[in-house]
Design a protein around this ligand. Structure first.
Ligand code: NDP
Length: 497
């Protein structure tokens, strides 16, 4: 073992990791455990984590139901204080928890730390939001009656999250749920249980009624499915694949639970002939390969004006080749491993599908060997693709991006809009007229001008159109729409009007 690897192991040997579920205010073992290993080094065992069953979901939902009146009655100051404490601790411990996240998920250390810090910001922002709740007094059309509208919690909220942002995504769902007085049952992704228990451990130490927050780890097919379809759940918020989203939507229908889902994407980035090409290359490489391409905001369709296509392609190949792919915790790593063996195998199948469909592999496309056994893959660029090819229609969630040529801005926009998805979209241009037209006519939830498609703020709404999203927006003040319900109350005996 080299010195760097030994230091890594020593650092984590001292850190005790909780490995159980958290239900009704108690840490509890599951039916069995699964082992979790680092995708950067498959010899590195992070821990063995509890796997819940349907009965654990039943207990968690019952506990969340029982805690609901208490947590709502706790009032806005206590909810503010709890969220503020969670957020402050996450920010203070961003380096430590971020390292655990990076070790487990595979994103470079700086990104792991940044994600945990961002998760803290979600909590502190929603802490303040708890204090900003207000209603409305409305004049009645009938004399002597007073009306007001007020917000109440949606109820018991089921949260199902993916592995790619294993602390930030839960944070932007748990924080508003608790801020607005709901109680929570959270099912994290099985690929990232250590990140889940790190966050749950902080929440568990707060002044919450037992059952207000519950963590049930376990497989999506058993725990996730049972939770989504549970009759005791009032609202389900999910981030993940379109396929699982469809299944969850079907499961919630029977209970008429409210539903919010963020799913796949196929984000376009337009590279126009008048853009700053250096900036375009830097932003495209960042958006396509950052987080190993495992972001719902990744740029997977680069729609390039034909007059700059060759130049852009050459420079992007150089940029991709210069990216340092390696162990998530190693100094200098810019691109970590793919999250799992299964995801890497799927990515390599995409390479074959792309080639078979007529795409020209410009660079990458192969697994990389590194000093540690992990799931490393070369940043990959396909050229000569059309928007009709599978590689441009389906989400790959991989460090793979495709170049599509366009002869004009209008054609590029039409290609960008020709997708069943609509999460984020970007344009690189110096033309104010084009940028303005793009912002107005691109059918997506987020548009970026002279920025990568990935990289969003925490205090504004996030979400998409088409197959990318369903239900009210997440994040920002608009999160209140999903996490609360409106009550209109009428009182007779008011001042005659
Ligand atoms: P999934 O949609 O399969 O998983 C997301 C979450 O849903 C996980 O917690 C998972 O549990 C859970 N889940 C799985 N099956 C069910 C079910 N039947 N009912 C309820 N919950 C369920 O995504 P994956 O993580 O497996 O990734 C697969 C693909 O999904 C990726 O390649 C990518 O294309 C896409 N994806 C998109 C994301 C986005 O942000 N747009 C995020 C993640 C994935 P568990 O993992 O424990 O089985």
């Amino acid at each position: 073992m080299n010195a760097q690897n030994k230091n890594r192991k020593d650092r984590f040997a001292t850190m005790a990791i909780e490995t159980r579920n958290y239900i009704a205010g108690n840490w509890r073992d599951g039916a069995h455990r699964i082992e979790n290993r680092s995708p950067s080094d498959t010899r590195d065992v992070i821990g063995e984590f509890a796997q819940g069953r349907a009965v654990d979901v039943d207990d968690a939902v019952a506990a969340a139901r029982a805690a609901l009146p208490q947590w709502w009655a706790a009032g806005v100051q206590r909810r503010h204080d709890v969220l503020m404490t969670i957020g402050t601790e996450l920010m203070a411990r961003a380096a430590e928890i971020g390292a655990l996240l990076s070790r487990e998920e595979g994103k470079p250390l700086a990104e792991g730390k940044g994600e945990v810090y961002r998760a803290g910001q979600f909590f502190t922002w929603f802490a303040a939001e708890a204090l900003r709740q207000s209603g409305e007094r409305v004049d009645s059309v009938r004399p002597g009656i007073e009306i007001d509208t007020r917000r109440e919690p949606a109820g018991v909220v089921a949260i199902v999250t993916p592995w790619n942002f294993p602390v930030a995504t839960p944070a932007w769902k748990i924080a508003p749920a608790l801020a607005y007085g709901n109680t929570v049952v959270w099912k994290p992704a099985n690929l990232t249980p250590a990140s889940a228990v790190a966050l749950a451990g902080i929440i568990a130490r707060q002044d919450l009624p037992p059952g207000a927050f519950n963590l049930v780890m376990g497989s999506g097919r058993e725990v996730g499915d049972h939770l989504a379809g549970h009759p005791g759940v009032d609202a389900v918020t999910f981030t993940g694949s379109v396929e699982v989203g469809r299944s969850i939507a079907t499961r919630t229908l029977g209970n008429r639970a409210r539903l919010q889902m963020e799913m796949g994407s196929k984000n376009p980035m337009l590279i126009m002939d008048d853009c700053d090409l250096d900036l375009a290359v830097a932003h495209a490489a960042n958006a396509a390969f950052g987080g190993t391409g495992q972001k719902c905001t990744a740029a997977s369709r680069l729609i390039v004006h034909r007059s700059v296509l060759d130049q852009f392609a050459d420079r992007l190949v150089c940029a991709a080749g210069a990216l340092q792919v390696g162990h998530a915790l190693a100094e200098g790593t810019q691109i970590g491993p793919v999250v799992s063996e299964g995801q890497l195998a799927e990515n390599l199948r995409w390479i074959e599908r792309g080639k078979a469909g007529g795409a020209n592999l410009l660079t990458g496309g192969q697994r990389l060997e590194r000093p540690t056994p992990g799931y490393f893959m070369a940043p990959t660029i396909f050229a000569g693709t059309t928007n009709a090819m599978d590689v441009n229609r389906e989400e790959m969630f991989a460090p793979i991006t495709c170049l599509i040529a366009a002869d004009s801005y209008d054609e590029a926009l039409a290609i960008a809009n020709d997708s069943p998805f609509g999460l984020t979209a970007g344009i690189m241009t110096k033309s104010l007229a084009r940028a303005t037209h793009f912002r107005a006519n691109m059918r997506s939830g987020c548009v970026m001008v002279n920025l990568p498609t990935a990289g969003t703020d925490y205090h504004v709404p996030f979400g998409g159109r088409g197959l990318s999203s369903f239900g009210p927006r997440e994040q920002g003040h608009q999160a209140i729409e999903f996490f609360t319900t409106i009550k209109t109350s009428y009182v007779a005996g008011g001042v005659p009007q």
